[in-house]
Structure formats: C-alpha cells, structure tokens
Design a protein around this ligand. Structure first.
Ligand code: SAJ
Length: 420
C-alpha cells in the first residue's frame, strides 16, 4: 500500500492550491481546507480564485476527477501540509496566528504515522514549537525517532520557494529544502516530496530550513536595495543607471539586479523582517536594505509630484499597479502605494492603466481617477509614470509615446530622455 494516500492541505491560497492540485494529479486523495468560504466554494466548483498560468486547467481536472475536494474543516489524513499566510504586523513582527489556528484545527485528528509539514515562511524555531504543541496536546503521540515505534508522528519544515507566474513548473522542478525536527522526520518528509518533486530534496534540520527560506528572500531584498541605491546615485550625477548596470554586469562575477519603484509582494518585502525581529543587533545590512527599498518608493513619489507640478494641466498615466510584471497581485505593491499617493493629490488627472485587473481596486476608485487601457492613456495623457514592466507596456513603440514626459522606474523605455 502506498505510504501517503490521503493529504490535507490547510490553506489553499497562492501556494496551497497549486500544491494541492499537483499532489492530487499524482494519484493521492487531497482535501484542500480554507477558512474562507468563497475559496472553498470556488475550488469545489473546479474554478480558481487566483491567477496563475495553467492552474485553472489542472484544478479543473483534479476536482472533476474527484482527486481534490475542499472543505472548511480538515479531516483525518496521512499528511497535513500547513500553507497559510504569515504576515508581519505594523511593527514588523511576525504574526503566526494563522499557523497556530491551522495547527489547532488538526490536533485532534492526528494519528500515529502522520506527517505534519509546515510550508509557510516562519521564524526560526516555529516547527519545533509545532512539535512541542503536539506533544503537549497529544501525549499519546511521540515525535518520530526511528519510524517504527507505536504512536510515532513526524513533523518537518519544507518551505515553498516558487516564483509567482511559474508556480507549477517550479513546484516540480525546484530543489526542496527539508528539515525535520528529528532525522526520522526529515527522511519521512523527503519520501513524501520525492513522490511529486523532480528537483533534489535536500535534507537539513528544521531550524536551518527555516533560515534557508528567510535567507533566500533577504538576500534578494539586499541585492535589490543595492540596485535601488545605485539608481539614486545615478540620478544625482545624471548618469543612466541601466547603462551602468548593463556594463558592470559584463564583469564575470558581477550581477547587479534591477532598480524599481521599491520591492513588493508577500515575500521579499516581508521575510527579512523575520530575521531582523529575531536578532535586531545582528542584522544591520538587512534592516538598511529594507529601509533603502522602502525609501525608493517615497523617492518615486517625489519625482512624480515634481514632474506633475511642472505641468499643471497635464493628464498623468500611471502605468501598472501590481507588485511585478504580468501578475494580478497587489500585495505590498509599491506601485499601488505610489498610484494611491498621486490619486489622493491629483484626483481625476490620474489615469490608471493596469492590464491585469478588470476594475480599479476600491482604494483608488474612491478618488475619481480614470481607469483605461494603454492605448487610451497614450491618447489622453501628457505624462507617464511607468511603474510595472508589463508586456503590454514593453510593446508600445517609441512613436506612440514620444509626446510623453516619462518617469520610467523599470528601464523599459530607455530610448526616451528621462529619469531612472
Ligand atoms: N524586483 C526588483 N528588481 C529586481 C527583481 C525584483 O525591483 O531585479 C522587485 C519586483 O518588482 C517585486 C519584488 O522585487 O516587486 C519581488 O519580486 P520577485 O520576482 O523577485 O520575487 P517574488 O516575490 O515574486 O518571489 C520570491 C522568490 N524568491 C527569490 O527569488 C529569492 C520566490 O522564489 C519565492 O518562492 C517567493 O519570493 C516566496 O514565496 O517567498
């Protein structure tokens, strides 16, 4: 009999749903659990509530075939995967209430031989905390040591590391980092992931795995901060930052990332705080990087306001709201923050262009701003604040935007005379 037949995925959002669908497509019976009723209903009807390439087809197939079902409450399973959000609060402290609630919801269901996996980005020590909580509440179960004794249960951390827009490919092909709270837990979790992952399943401890995940995103945040700092230096000395980066990157050991309007998304803008919060006195580079990336957003607001005030009658196209190109995700989006700022200040003069959204987000709709496609914006605006490098914007030929005064934060309209 296969070792893992029934899997419960707690939290079927950006990571949980693709994971649940993928596992279901590999012959396991999967229950997707979510506290949001509309999510449970949408997925149960073989549809999806997020936008991700190819996910609709896969979910439709596994739901129609009966391999993926949904519920507001978990049921007994062989494997429980917790994939719920772990945001930070306004003081940048991790909020683990969803992880704790997910754990509480399965404690009474746990049975000997079960594997409990945390995938949510979490501070160091969270997985060990889960194991402790299980031991307290279920003294009949023992955290696995050799996989054979009665009442053994297995607890491991295995962070997701997939890139939105490429989730299904990366879920299968990326290497995974698997850290059990004991070596037996690691081995069992490795066997589970090997049943659907083509990449290597690299074994470590739970604490190291937690830090690996945080390291990946803090590393990227720091590198983007370097690029953003460079963009300010170039602005001061009137040098083209894109040219500097292109040429510097010809050095075989240099790879400067791209500046932008700041860092968005639910991961890179958030995860460094998990490390900073746990060791404030040791994280000067990470904290400064966060601050540099946050201040770049303010800088773009300043640049935009200065340009708009120089042209008192001009209409302004705000091109892009999402946190990065070709997604519909607004979480922590610096572009959204900039657009909101301009909307509050200039109201109807601001025309929002966001090809990945069908309607204006409610925060913006309150300010009487326009919402139009790129063709209309090119016709009716004299200024463009380019905030996201969507394909639709990259395709606009120079002849159609030559009349605009532009702030191009993404470097996709470099053939125009303007700022970084
Ligand atoms: N960005 C720049 N300049 C760059 C690269 C990115 O300004 O050169 C900005 C983007 O515009 C965006 C933000 O950074 O606002 C983050 O975008 P991203 O594409 O770098 O990353 P995410 O948030 O979509 O996904 C990241 C990935 N982590 C790493 O690349 C280390 C992904 O692999 C993780 O699984 C994901 O976070 C996560 O869930 O943690």
């Amino acid at each position: 009999m296969p070792e893992f037949q029934k899997v419960a995925v707690i939290g079927i959002g950006y990571i949980g749903l693709p994971t649940a669908a993928l596992i279901a497509s590999r012959g396991m019976q999967v229950l997707g659990v979510d506290t949001k009723e509309d999510v449970v209903r949408t997925v149960a009807s073989a549809a999806i509530h997020i936008s991700e390439p190819d996910l609709d087809g896969l979910v439709s197939k596994v739901v129609s075939g009966g391999a993926l079902t949904t519920s507001a409450k978990p049921q007994p399973a062989d494997v429980f995967i917790i994939a719920v959000p772990t945001p930070v609060d306004c003081e940048h402290r991790p909020n683990l209430s969803s992880v704790n609630a997910a754990l509480e919801s399965i404690l009474d269901l746990l049975a000997p031989g079960n594997l409990v996996i945390l995938e949510s980005t979490s501070p160091i020590g969270t997985t060990e905390g889960i194991a402790r909580r299980i031991s307290e509440r279920r003294p009949d179960l023992h955290i696995g040591t050799n996989g054979t004794e009665n009442g053994a249960i297995y607890v491991a951390y295995c962070p997701e590391r997939v890139l939105p827009g490429r989730i299904l490919t990366e879920l299968v092909n990326n290497d995974r980092c698997i850290g059990g709270v004991t070596p037996a837990c690691t081995r069992r979790a490795q066997r589970f992931y090997k049943s659907f992952v083509r990449g290597a399943c690299v074994a470590t401890t739970a604490r190291a795995a937690e830090l690996v995940k945080l390291t990946e995103n803090a590393f990227r945040d720091t590198n983007i901060a370097f690029a953003n700092e460079l963009s300010l230096i170039c602005d001061r000395f009137d040098i083209n930052v894109w040219e500097v980066i292109d040429i510097a990157n010809r050095h075989p050991r240099v790879n400067v990332l791209r500046p932008g309007p700041g860092v968005g998304g639910h991961c890179i803008a958030v995860d460094p705080w998990f490390i900073i919060d746990s060791a404030p006195e040791l994280t000067r580079v990470m904290r400064t990087s966060r601050e540099v990336n946050l201040s770049k957003t303010q800088k773009v607001v300043e640049w935009a306001c200065a340009l708009i005030e120089d042209h008192p009658y001009a209409n302004v196209a705000c091109c892009g709201l999402t946190f990065k190109a070709n997604v519909d995700d607004l979480r922590e989006s610096p572009s959204m923050e900039i657009a909101l700022h301009l909307a509050v200040k200039y109201g109807a003069r601001i025309k929002i262009v966001e090809p990945n959204l069908r309607r204006l987000p409610p925060e913006l709709a309150d300010h009487q701003v326009g919402f139009m496609n790129i063709d209309e914006a090119l016709r009716s605006c004299e200024i463009a604040i380019l905030l996201v490098d969507h394909d639709e914007f990259k395709m606009v030929p120079l002849a159609e935007r030559r009349h605009l005064d532009v702030i191009d934060t993404r470097g996709i309209w470099q053939d125009m005379p303007r700022r970084t």
